[in-house]
Design a protein around this ligand. Structure first.
Ligand code: SF4
Length: 479
């Protein structure tokens, strides 16, 4: 069988605001995971249209397309093209799971929910000549997974080729998140075995890793064993977790001892009304400042995520949130306009109350207002969001945020990480054009190097010292 996996690029790729680097970070791991279920005699390729040219003049037996909301239009065009050529078209992903009726008009076979159990079923039935038109995941497990097909990925095209996922889903249930819609009808949080996760890490060259898991600390025992297993591997890594998990127990110290250098944290809102409205209970009553201090004491940089336009917000939210982030020394901020994705409880509520303004999915990119906000006009929400990004990434704010850290090394790291991400677009573009993005991975590793262990005397630092052991104080050279 000749099978072509496609990740279509989103419509924004044609916009003057398009930032190529934003979509050149991570390879399409989901497609590479599905490819691992193929037989050795199958002929497979993966095309990520964000970083590669998609040629449509071929005729594979099967095309499998990953659909998310802002690439749906393009995904359907590609699907329609291949169907006209008589190619069997498979569609899966978040958007197909949310709106299967819409997707059914463009695909021969739909995959609803995660496809780790349904894709092998499809392959078996396809080879036997009697496949179905819809596959739903029944039993969810990451046990006995084969190594994902990284050989189908061109590492030179990505800043973070060593991205990795060791869990699926998340234990929480925020109303605006796709997670519950995607995992409906089965387990919504499960992990690999620790041994498999460590084996996957071991297969990855170099030093830097990026865990793309929704919540790396979400399963405490798994995370503890993973970090214990990673100690001494000489890795540095980035990941995501909740405020709650940073504050509880000593998991975050274990993560730091294993090499965690930056964390994506979903603060989302400083207002308890918004947190309650969003069922973000894991953030309610949590001391954000203490969580930030704890991370900073461990030398962990923070990418804070914030949502604007929930019902508790008025026009003052933008300035307050930006000022707070700068004062707290958040390294990078990701702002979003609240977006009710179809399939989520948030969408249902907004739809029922007649507040959805458009079903043009291209606009569901968290940069446009697609529902009627409560506490301010739409225009104020949009302009406030744009201003928040501008204000957080002024040179002055970057400098101020950097100076909030105690050690000079942490100040420099903050400064270079933040300005590197937002202020050196021509350099990123050149590296992308020359297909040399992976060369900059080494620069990223330097910026993420260890910061506190020799300088800090905080309790968190002492804890890391204990966990790390006296002989493991210096990072190994890159492999
Ligand atoms: S914590 Fe994050 S991943 Fe988990 S449900 Fe909430 S928004 Fe989604």
């Amino acid at each position: 069988m000749k099978i072509k996996f496609i990740l279509p690029s989103l419509v924004e790729a044609e916009s003057p605001l398009w930032r190529p680097i934003k979509y050149s970070l991570f390879p399409p791991l989901g497609l590479a995971t599905l490819a691992s279920f193929l037989s050795p005699e199958d002929d497979a390729e993966i095309v990520d249209q964000h970083v590669q040219t998609l040629h449509l003049d071929d005729s594979p037996d099967v095309v499998a397309i990953q659909v998310y909301i802002t690439n749906a239009k393009r995904a359907y065009q590609i699907a329609d093209h291949y169907r006209q050529q008589g190619v069997l078209v498979l569609l899966g992903g978040l958007h197909v799971t949310s709106l299967p009726e819409e997707a059914a008009a463009h695909g021969d076979v739909l995959f609803i929910g995660p496809a780790e159990d349904s894709f092998p079923r499809f392959l078996e039935e396809y080879r036997a000549g009697h496949h179905q038109s819809v596959y739903r995941s029944h039993s969810r497990s990451l046990q006995k997974m084969r190594p994902i097909r990284r050989d189908l990925i061109d590492r030179r095209l990505y800043l973070v080729p060593n991205s990795i996922v060791v869990t699926r889903g998340c234990p929480h249930h925020c109303e605006f998140c796709y997670k519950d819609a995607f995992f409906k009808g089965g387990k919504s949080f499960y992990t690999q075995t620790v041994d498999d996760a460590l084996a996957e890490i071991d297969r990855l060259p170099g030093k830097h890793l990026y865990f793309l898991d929704d919540h790396l600390l979400g399963h405490a025992r798994f995370a503890r064993d993973l970090f214990d297993g990673m100690r001494g591997m000489g890795r540095i890594f980035q990941g995501a977790a909740t405020v709650d998990s940073v504050l509880n127990g000593d998991l975050i110290e274990k993560a730091a001892a294993a090499g965690l250098r930056s964390l994506f944290v979903g603060f989302e809102s400083l207002d308890p009304i918004n947190l309650r409205q969003s069922n973000k209970t894991q953030n309610l009553g949590r001391d954000y400042a203490r969580a930030i201090q704890r991370l900073h004491d461990l030398g962990i940089m923070i990418n804070g995520s914030f949502v604007f336009g929930l019902d508790g917000d008025d026009a003052s939210v933008f300035e307050r949130t930006v000022a707070w982030g700068v004062e707290m020394g958040i390294t990078t901020a990701t702002y979003h306009i609240a977006t009710p994705y179809p399939g989520t409880l948030f969408y249902e509520k907004m739809n029922q109350s007649g507040r959805i303004l458009t079903d043009d999915w291209d606009l569901y990119d968290t940069r446009h207002v697609v529902f009627q906000p409560h506490g301010m006009p739409m225009e104020t929400l949009k302009s406030g969001y744009d201003r928040a990004y501008r204000d957080f990434y002024t040179w002055n704010a970057i400098l101020q945020g950097s100076l909030s850290h105690g050690s000079i090394k942490h100040q420099l790291k903050h400064f270079f990480y933040t300005s590197g991400w937002k202020k050196f677009e021509p350099l990123w573009n050149l590296a992308i054009q020359l297909k040399k993005l992976n060369c900059l991975t080494r620069v990223l590793e330097s910026v993420l190097s260890e910061v506190t262990r020799r300088t800090s005397t905080s309790p968190a630092h002492e804890e890391v010292r204990k966990l790390q052991g006296a002989t493991d104080m210096v990072c190994e050279p890159p492999r």
